[in-house]
Write a protein that binds this ligand. Structure first.
Ligand SMILES: *Cc1c(COP(=O)(O)O)cnc(C)c1O
Length: 347
């Protein structure tokens, strides 16, 4: 069956244009810096982000870890959100592999960290305390609803970091979604940061890969760390070719995914048995099952699958649906109709 797959934007398969570019890519040994397609991708990403240099890495998780390790010595603290990917969903890598110590503070409903909370988390210069080295924000903030953080807010965090001599990293797995949602140039969103990571493999539809960007000095450190962590790839140009299509063709179309998320939101609001409250601000639609619905989360997943729609739950009674390149208007309609049928039977 051809499923409508709304579990995540990570499920996006490469577009026909990507497959063509991958098949014909010029390649070389990227550990030697010899792969022309990787080099082109890195130059293009740096230019689009307004940073001096960038590096192609196998995953967003590795990109974030490399950035943390480049900025922090062992035992140093990272101020981050308690609902951030870096804190919740990277298997504790910053501690296990980087020796860095997370200092989590609450993510607010709007995805931000309060500036006061960041300030209070910064350790005083005292022999008893760890050294605070880095502050991280996530844009869009995934678990808070795919919320974009504004240029103004990012500037404020940057100024605060500077005031205390801290480094500033943005987990921008979906930074191009944030730029599209806010209708700003992505450069403005990352300008205050020392480093940024974004994923090619999510809404930008590449099969594999993420980019990290920053100063030349940062990227030189990152290059060595990537090798240390086992992320040095050889003829990676076959993958980078898809990444170039992501940057050239896919960044400009994310607004379509956001418009479809709004459409899905409006349609699901009409379905009895669902509480659909937060209007999506990017490509994610969150909703809850009402008390009256006696189906478990897994039963909803199973019943939807029988009707050709793949969904996933994100918390007890809560689902997250993500729109992307492979979800069209017919997919939105099919999803809504399937949900209506499933809940009508299970109420
Ligand atoms: C997906 C994601 C990552 C990690 O990317 P992977 O390529 O899956 O390792 C990091 N941060 C956020 C916010 C993400 O959504």
């Amino acid at each position: 069956m051809d499923y409508i797959d709304l579990r995540s934007d990570t499920v996006t398969k490469p577009t026909p244009e990507m497959r063509e570019a991958m098949a014909t890519a010029e390649v070389g040994d990227d550990v030697y810096g010899d792969d022309p397609t990787v080099n082109k991708l890195q130059a293009k990403a740096a230019e689009m982000l307004g940073k001096e240099a960038s590096l192609f890495v196998p995953s967003g998780t590795m990109g974030n870890l490399i950035a943390i390790m480049a900025h922090c010595a062992r035992g140093e603290e990272v101020v981050c959100g308690d609902r951030s990917h870096i804190y919740m969903n990277e298997a504790g890598g910053m501690s296990a592999l980087g020796g860095a110590y997370p200092h989590a503070i609450p993510n607010q409903k709007d995805g931000t960290l309060r500036l006061e909370d960041i300030r209070n988390a910064i350790q005083p210069d005292d022999q008893h305390r760890a050294v605070t080295r880095l502050v991280c924000i996530e844009n869009t903030q995934n678990v808070c609803g795919g919320i974009p953080l504004t240029v103004e807010y990012t500037k404020q965090v940057g100024e605060l970091a500077k005031e205390y001599g801290l480094k500033f990293h943005i987990d921008g797995a979906r930074i191009f979604n944030a730029a599209a949602a806010l209708d700003v140039d992505v450069k403005a969103l990352v300008a205050p940061a020392d480093s940024v990571m974004f994923c090619l493999s999510k809404g930008l539809a590449s099969p594999v890969g993420s980019m990290i960007a920053g100063t030349r000095g940062f990227i030189a450190k990152a290059f060595r760390l990537r090798k240390m962590l086992g992320g040095g790839m050889r003829q990676a140009g076959a993958l980078a070719a898809a990444g170039l299509v992501s940057l050239e063709k896919m960044t400009g179309r994310l607004k379509q995914d956001h418009a479809r998320a709004k459409k899905l939101f409006e349609a699901l609001k009409q379905v009895p048995g669902l509480r659909v409250e937060a209007k999506p601000s990017s490509n994610m639609v969150y909703f809850k099952l009402e008390e009256a619905i006696r189906l478990t989360e897994d039963q909803v997943v199973e019943e939807m699958k029988k009707r050709g729609v793949l969904v996933d739950w994100s918390a007890p009674r809560e689902f997250r649906l993500v729109t992307h390149y492979w979800v069209d208007d017919a997919g939105v309609e099919k999803t809504t109709a399937a949900m209506r049928e499933v809940l009508a039977q299970g109420g």
